[in-house]
Design a binder for this molecule. Sequence first.
Ligand SMILES: C[S@@+](CC[C@H](N)C(=O)[O-])C[C@H]1O[C@@H](n2cnc3c(N)ncnc32)[C@H](O)[C@@H]1O
Length: 306
Amino acid sequence: MGNSLFSTLNNKARKFKKSSSSKSKDHHYTRPNEQQQLQYYLPNNVKDTDIMVINHFLSRYLFQSIFSAPIQDKLSREDYKILDVGCGPGTWLLELATVNKSPKYYGIDLFPIYPSEIKPDNVEFRQGDVLKGLPYSDNTFDYVHQGNMLSVFTFEEWHSVIQELIRVCKPGGYIEFTEPELATNTGPILTRFYDALIILSESRNVKIRISKDIIKILELSSSVKNVDYKISTVSLGTKRGGNAGQAYMEVHDGYFLNDPMPETMCKFMGLSQEDYKNLFDDAKNEVENGVGPDCDIYRIWCQKAE
Ligand SMILES: C[S@@+](CC[C@H](N)C(=O)[O-])C[C@H]1O[C@@H](n2cnc3c(N)ncnc32)[C@H](O)[C@@H]1O
């Protein structure tokens, strides 16, 4: 993208930030829950829950496992404790608990969209905000997992969230992240959406391509060792990506088309909701007609120093 277009978008982001923050001061049109949901771009309605479930199974297929840290031989221990932060509907934990019945499983999320009654006895969910501190003592868990939070935290918050995950992990225990990266080899139409998303996110201090920074933060931390990662790549769309690419397209659709993303993006891109949806269809046609970008999914893990 040319520099002048980039600076026009940046100026737009500054104006957008200004007008949206003054709006929230002047108008009391959002209930507290909605306000909280606007802190990040993936709300927790049924459609989004479906997307999280598709994403979970896609990640399992791509990596042939739902975790990559070397913990397999520990999963038969009854004293093994596993925590999933931002657990959403609990899909990741519930699958692990179904296959490995011995450990104790804990899930925490800002919103209680996890099952409250129909779940195995050794799985416990609770509501909580990792940014306010996890409600667990230091050195509680053997393995701490967190996935798909790329648009949730600001860059500064990532530092404190990582510290918090390390705090609750036992020395010698593992901490693991799964995060997708926004592709770079996109065609011109999809690039418009990605550029708008990147600049809008930056206006909230959110760095959308966060995986390499997670690796850097961990490598610089003296509290952890053995930082490692794996990348699995899926081509967006059926033409190059086959069934996996189609599943990723559904996740991608959900990200850009489920509320409240279209409203925010439309305002920023200067499009009506209808034009936004039509342009997104054009972007999908562009993908299916040959410019299917490669999307990297990162699994990053490390061990808490003893
Ligand atoms: C994109 S979803 C990912 C859910 C799940 N980890 C997955 O991979 O399917 C992000 C989740 O993070 C939760 N979340 C957002 N901010 C949070 C916070 N500050 N503390 C705990 N959970 C949070 C959201 O409610 C949502 O369920």
